[in-house]
Design a protein around this ligand. Structure first.
Ligand code: SF4
Length: 73
């Protein structure tokens, strides 16, 4: 969810069922701003606040990484 304006390009913004701005997701649920080849954020300098606060190496991060195999094409 986008709760502050960090400059996320409009093409990556979607509106959820409650009218809130969220990052656009692809059909498989992954963020549209993710480069699937490098697994890097293509808008890193403009990424949403929640992405900035997601701690690398935290339990949530490690849980996501355990399921990362499904992200590769
Ligand atoms: S950090 Fe990840 S989830 Fe956040 S905008 Fe970038 S690719 Fe999307």
């Amino acid at each position: 969810m986008l709760i502050t304006d960090t400059g996320v390009p409009e093409r990556y913004i979607d509106i959820d069922d409650w009218g809130g701005e969220v990052m656009l997701r692809l059909d498989d649920g992954w963020c549209a701003a993710l480069d699937r080849d490098s697994m890097r954020c293509t808008i890193y300098e403009k990424r949403p606040l929640i992405c900035r606060e997601f701690e690398t190496g935290s339990e949530d991060c490690l849980e996501e990484r355990r399921g990362i195999a499904t992200a590769y094409r």
